[in-house]
Write a new protein. Structure first.
Lengths: 201, 201, 201, 201
DNA sequence: CGGTAATCGAGACGGTACGTCATGTCTTACA
DNA sequence: TGTAAGACATGACGTACCGTCTCGATTACCG
C-alpha cells in the first residue's frame, strides 16, 4: 500500500476499502496459481471486478502490487517464533515455518520471480527487502541476541553473516532445485550454522 | 546447442556456423546489456543479421537461447580451478572467479532471471542446472574428494550439503543484495564451511 | 463499421473518431496504391499513427477493413443516378460513373481481390455484397421500375436477370482484360440489355 | 511418388517426367481442396515427394504452377463442343459443361483467386488468358462463324461483344453469388445473347 | 443543502514483443 | 548433373500485455 495513514483529512470521495481488498485478494489468488509473469493486470482487474485504472492509481507497478498481495496473503504472524531455550531450537522454530510456506510450488515460483524483479527495479528491490527479507532477519537477530544473553555464543558473533549461513543454503536448494529441501537438510544447515558460530569463539 | 554432434552425414544444406555464432554473440551482448526480459528476439535477429525464423528453428524459446548464449559467453574454462594443497585454498580458488563474474550488475540480473525462468519451465530448469549448476558442483566435488584423499576431512563428509553451505550464502547475498558480496564475506563463508565439515568429524 | 449508432450512453472511454478516420484513410490510400495483398496491417497502423491492436479491435480481418476503407473512400453519392426519361438514358447514367471509377488500375486490382476474398470467407462475401453489390443493384431496380411505370418495358420483366445482363459483361471485361472497357462497349451492352428486355415482350 | 519401385531400379537418369506429373497432380489436389492462398509450395513439394527446388526450376511462381496444374486437371477436352445445327443449341453445348465445372465450390474459389492474381502480375494475366480464356472464346468464335455461314445471324455481328454478353453474366453470378447459377439462368442468358444479335440485324 | 473534489467502472489507446508461417533462394550430399 | 533435403533472409500475421488516457457516475466533506 502506498499510504495506509489517513490522519490527514482528504477532500474527495474516500478510497473504497472493498475495492482494495478485492484487488489484493484477486492478485494473490492469480499469483499463486499462475505466477508473476502469467498474471496480467487485466486479469486482476477483471477478477476483482475493478477497473485497471483503479489498480494503477494505487500501485504504480505490477511488481509492487504483487508484493502487497503476497504480504497480505502470507504474512499471518508478525510476531517472532516462540522461544525454546536453546539457539538450536530457536533457529529451527524460526526456519521451519518459512520452509514449509516457501516450498509450495506456487510460492517457489513467486519467490524467484520477485527476486528477478528486484534485479531490474531498485525501488522494487528496496520494497521487497523491507517487506520480506528484513522481518525475518529481525527475528533472527533477536534469536542470536538471546543466545548471546544466555552466554551460549560469543558476543562478537557476526550475526549478519550467521543469518546468511542459515538462510543462504535454504534459498539455494529452494531456487535451484538440485536437491530436496527437506527437514533433514534444515537440521544440517542449522547444525552447520551452530558449528561455525561456535568455532569463531 | 541443439546438436553438437555431426558425425552422421546430414542430407540437406548444413547449418550455417556463421549464423549460429552471430546469434549467440548478439544474444550474449544484448542479454548482458539489457537483461533477459528487455532482450527481444527481434533485436537479437536484427543485431545478428539473421532472420527470426532461423533463431526459432534452433532454439524453441528465448530462455533456452539465453542459456546457450550465456554458456557460450561465460564458460571459458571447462577445467577446474588449480590445486592449492589445502581445502581452504581450493575452495577459495573455486569460488572467487565465480564471485567476480557473477557480481557484475548485468550478470546478477541475468542469473536472477534465469532462476525465475527455471521455476516456470521444467525443461528450462533441467537445462539450466545441467549447464550452469552441475559443472561448478562437479569441480567442488573434486575439491572435497582431494581433501578426503589428503585426510584433511572425514571420508563420510556429506559433500552435497557442504556445497550448499558454500554456494548458498554467496547466492543469497548476490540475489538479495541486503549486504555486500565482498572478499571478506567469501572468506567468512569458506571458513564456516570448513568449520562445519570439521565439526562433523 | 462496427457500430455506427451511438445514441446510447456508453460507459468507457469513447472511441476516438480521429483514429477511426486515420485508419480508414490510411487503409484506403495504401489499398489503392498497392492492392489488398500488398497492403499490410502494420503499414496501415504505421501510416495512420495508430497501434495495430486498435485496428484489430474494430476490424477482425484485413478484408473487412478494406471493405470499410473502400466504401468510405469511394461511395460518395448514396443517392441514385439522375432520371433521364428513358430506360436507355437511365441505364447509361447508372453504369457510366461506375465504369469510370472501376476502370482505374488500382480499383480494378482491388475489385478482383475483394471478389477473391469473398470466395474464401462467407462472412466477407456477405459484407461485400451488402456494401458494394446491393446498393448498385437497388438503383438498377428503381430504374427498371420506372421504365415499367412508363410502360416502356413489360411489367413481367425479370429485373434480376436484366441486371446481370447489364453488369455481367462490364465486370467480365474489367476483370479479364481481354478487350477494352470503353464507352463504345458500354453502349453496346446497354443496347443488348434493352434488346433482350424488349424481345421478351 | 508415382512409382518408387521402378524409379529405384533405374540408376542414372531419374524421373524428370515423373516428378513433373507428381507435382502437377499434387498441386491440383491441394488447390481444389484448399484454394490458392492456402496451398503452400512446401505442401506441394511434400505431397509430390519432390524438392522445392525442383518445382521452382520449372515454374517461377506459385501462380504459374497453379495455372498449369489446373489446366492439366481440368482441360480434358481440347476439342470444341459438338455441333447441334442451331446457334442456340451450339451456345448451350458450349456453355453448359463450363458452368458445370466452374460451379463446384473449389473451382469457384480458384477462379476468383486466379483472376485476382492476374490483376497483380501482368505476366500471369497473359498466361491465364492464353490458357483459360482464349480456348473457350475460340470455340465460341467457331460457333458464331457457323451461324453466319448458316445465314442465321448477320455477317457483321460483333462476335467479341457477343461472347462477352454470353460469358459475362455467367461469370458475374459465379463470382458474386448474389443469385443462383442454374440452368434456367443459362438459358435466359443464351436467349438474351440471341435476341441482342438478332436485333442488331 | 448545494458545490467541490477525489473516487470508481468501463474500456479505448499507443507501443511493443511474441511465436508462426509462407515465399523464393541457396547450399550440400547423393545417385 | 539433376534431385532430395532442408537451411536461409524477408517480412506479414494475429495475439497478448503494459501502462496511460478519457469518460460518465458515485460518493463524501465543506461552506
Amino acid at each position: 500500500m502506498i499510504d495506509t495513514v489517513a490522519d490527514e483529512r482528504r477532500r474527495g470521495r474516500p478510497r473504497s476499502a472493498t475495492a482494495k481488498r478485492a484487488i489484493l485478494r484477486a492478485a494473490f489468488d492469480l499469483l499463486v496459481e499462475h505466477g508473476l509473469a502469467a498474471t496480467s493486470m487485466d486479469a486482476v482487474a477483471q477478477r476483482a471486478g475493478v477497473s485497471k485504472a483503479t489498480i494503477y492509481r494505487w500501485w504504480p507497478t505490477k511488481g509492487l502490487l504483487a508484493l502487497d498481495a503476497l504480504y497480505d496473503g502470507w504474512e499471518t504472524s508478525p510476531r517472532g517464533p516462540r522461544e525454546t531455550g536453546s539457539l538450536r531450537g530457536d533457529l529451527l522454530a524460526l526456519v521451519r515455518p518459512w520452509v514449509r510456506l516457501a516450498s509450495a510450488p506456487g510460492s517457489r515460483r513467486l519467490l524467484a520471480a520477485l527476486i528477478a524483479e528486484a534485479q531490474r527495479h531498485p525501488g522494487f528491490a528496496a520494497a521487497y527487502r523491507e517487506r520480506f527479507v528484513e522481518p525475518r532477519r529481525a527475528h533472527g537477530r533477536e534469536v542470536f541476541a538471546r543466545a548471546v544473553a544466555r552466554d551460549e555464543i560469543p558476543a562478537a558473533t557476526d550475526v549478519e553473516v550467521a543469518l546468511d549461513l542459515l538462510y543462504g543454503p535454504l534459498y539455494h536448494r529452494l531456487l535451484h532445485g538440485h536437491a530436496p529441501l527437506n527437514d533433514r537438510f534444515v537440521r544440517d544447515v542449522v547444525q552447520a550454522t551452530l558449528a561455525s558460530v561456535a568455532a569463531a569463539r
